[in-house]
Design a protein around this ligand. Sequence first.
Ligand SMILES: Nc1ncnc2c1ncn2[C@@H]1O[C@H](COP(=O)(O)OP(=O)(O)OP(=O)(O)O)[C@@H](O)[C@H]1O
Ligand SMILES: [Mg+2]
Length: 485
Amino acid sequence: MKPKKAAAILTVLSSWLLGVPLRLKIIGMVTGIIILFAATSLYIIYGTLIGNMEELMEKEGRSIALELAYQAPDYLLINDLYGLTRTLQNTVRNRPDLRYAVVNDRSGRIVAHTFGAGFPYDLLDLYQRGEIPSSEISLRQIASNEGIIWETTAPIMQGDEGRVRVGVRENAFRQQINRFLNSFIWNFFWVVLIGLLLSFYLTWLITRPIKSLLLATRAVNSGDYTVSLPHCASDEVGSLTSAFNEMVGQLALADEARREKEKIRRDYLQRVIAGQEGERKRIARELHDQTGQALASIMVGLKMLENSADSQDIRTKIGDLKSAITAEMATIHHLAVNLRPSVLDDMGLVPALEMFIDEVRKRHQLKVGLTMIGFANRRTDSSTETCVYRIVQEAVLNVIRHARANEIKVLLEWRRDQIRGVVEDDGRGFNLETMTINDRLGLYGMMERAELLGGTLRIESEPGQGTMVVFALPTESQGEEIKND
Ligand SMILES: Nc1ncnc2c1ncn2[C@@H]1O[C@H](COP(=O)(O)OP(=O)(O)OP(=O)(O)O)[C@@H](O)[C@H]1O
Ligand SMILES: [Mg+2]
């Protein structure tokens, strides 16, 4: 495999492993170690046992073959083949692992064996396949239908009188080894099971505080600073838990300070807005009552003067003065209405907005639509009415000043305990994100006003796509029914 490919596979494997939950990682690690340990032990034990078995069989075959080779000449010298056969048979009978014993004479002919009437044909065939007579002890393995047979051949009197062959069965040894392995595997299985249960328990013990930490972090993330984790252990996780609790404590303090500051800011803003509205109301009233009244008195005086004047020239001049005063009175009226229309306090939102929109229609070449649903015979508190009026006023004035629009639609709906409004234009739109806070104080003021009353306001606009100001304000009650009595 190319090193690049191997590195890529390793990277994929590592990232996969990192993605596996911690619990599975620990359990996998423990299981892997147990299996590796057991497999290695099994391999070593099995190899040792097989090695021992082979050594044992070799020794057993050699000792039996030598013993028989030592006894055989006594029978062969007097040609007592019956006696030789009986000795072979007795030996086989006394040793359960010994499958057979055969004696060949010098020429290789079988003179005695333990197979009774039927000497295995395959074995005979094997013996007849030109074996070199040797004066050494030799060992070979023969595969038979009864399993592997370890055959030891020992020379009788240095091979002068023939050879003794004994076949030792491997099966019995193998069976013992298998029995041992069987019990080993069963024991191993129990060890794995206990190991797994232990690792489950350990994993639970280790990951439990981490899981609580995770849940607590999520809670803190969603603004809950009251969470505190119990001290679970003195290890690294325990230290982490303590550090976390400390951090949450600090965050709670910081959050409290932030809330306090926010509250002060809101209170201050509320007072500033209320003060501003009060001041506007006072100035508007003064303009209307005092300045307006004064101008009206001057007007009456001028009329009287006009009537008593003899000269046409003086009458014309008085007429000019009257026109100037009439224009001034209209300006003062407009100024007072813009500052704060008294109709808003006296008659409510619907007539105030209708008056404002009428004024906009008169003064600007714009199609302005005003739809108010659910306001008939209802009034809410003065601060909400003022807020709605100011938001609509600012949004409409913005369209007039910046949008170059042909049409404005104002839609207000009072449904259940909420007043919702939309001011929409088909003008050139703008990109809110690119503006600094100083460039959008009017928009910021609208949002602040809405938020101070627990409402929301959002602006949707894109260059070339027009602008839409959408707001919603809660009303304290269903609104007061105005009785027309
Ligand atoms: N309906 C609109 N269409 C196009 N541009 C708008 C619209 N409303 C606001 N803007 C843009 O957003 C800017 C910020 O508006 P904002 O009302 O905050 O400030 P302003 O109207 O310029 O000044 P003021 O503080 O007197 O209201 C405006 O300068 C204008 O560029
Ligand atoms: Mg503005």
